[in-house]
Design a protein around this ligand. Structure first.
Ligand code: BGC
Length: 233
């Protein structure tokens, strides 16, 4: 086993519709393909964990980083709006550490996606557009953890997630969704005066307007690549 094989990280991204994994080497480069299974419904802890174990069995790794779609503090799940309320207070890090017999770190999915995208300069905001509306804020590369913009009021007595999550896109259609996203970008620029805005998540494929010069779309794989940063320091 060479030096780099000793520190392979299994990056896991738990989403509302899919659970993805990929193995990263010591410096965070992918050393496996990305594998994906559907998120079982209802997405209760036992079945989601079984899906992670199935995906993990096919890979070789020494440690694990998990992106979870909710507030995570010290490996403990605090919210899980798009999964199932049985997740609340669930100690995902401890449970997976025992089941996989490997060290496991868990963080918010948008925070991890951000780690995979940012340059580390100035104020950088990351938004993820998928089942939910994820957000992550970095100042000079330092994360402000668990920024939950998605559940803040946006317009018409609805939150960002209610207006811009996947169900809103499906219900209202692309045209309205794009108009709302443009408004959200303006709003959030006023709020954070960010230097760069990164837009990630599967639904970015629906964006059909010209983004401002300080905004860019990041690839889906970023949600896994950022997992390596949980092991820095
Ligand atoms: C959750 C966030 C998460 C986002 C994207 C929201 O509903 O509250 O924690 O980052 O969905 O998955």
């Amino acid at each position: 086993m060479n030096e780099s094989d000793r520190c392979r990280t299994l990056a896991v991204d738990i989403g509302g519709s899919g659970i993805k994994v990929m193995v990263l080497d010591l410096v965070g480069n992918p050393v496996s393909d990305r594998q994906r299974l559907k998120t079982p419904q209802p997405a209760k802890p036992a079945v989601v964990i079984d899906t992670i174990l199935t995906l993990a069995k096919q890979q070789e790794f020494e440690r694990v980083s998990v992106g979870f779609p909710g507030v995570v503090q010290n490996g403990l799940i605090k919210t899980a709006v798009n999964l199932d309320e049985d997740w609340i207070h669930y100690d995902l890090a401890t449970s997976l550490t025992q089941l996989l017999s490997k060290p496991v770190k868990v963080a918010n999915d948008a925070d991890i996606q951000g780690f995979g995208a940012i340059s580390g300069k100035g104020v950088e905001l990351v938004l993820t557009l998928g089942t939910g509306f994820g957000s992550a804020l970095f100042v000079e590369g330092k994360l402000v953890p668990n920024l939950e913009m998605g559940h803040h009021p946006f317009r018409k007595k609805e939150t960002y997630e209610e207006q811009l999550g996947r169900s809103a896109l499906e219900k209202e259609g692309q045209k309205k969704w794009n108009a709302r996203l443009q408004k959200a970008i303006v709003n959030l620029d006023r709020l954070f005066s960010y230097d760069v805005l990164y837009l990630g998540g599967g639904e970015t494929k629906n964006i059909n307007f010209d983004l401002p010069p300080n905004a860019k779309i990041i690839p889906n794989i970023t949600g896994l690549l950022g997992g390596i940063k949980l092991w820095d320091s």
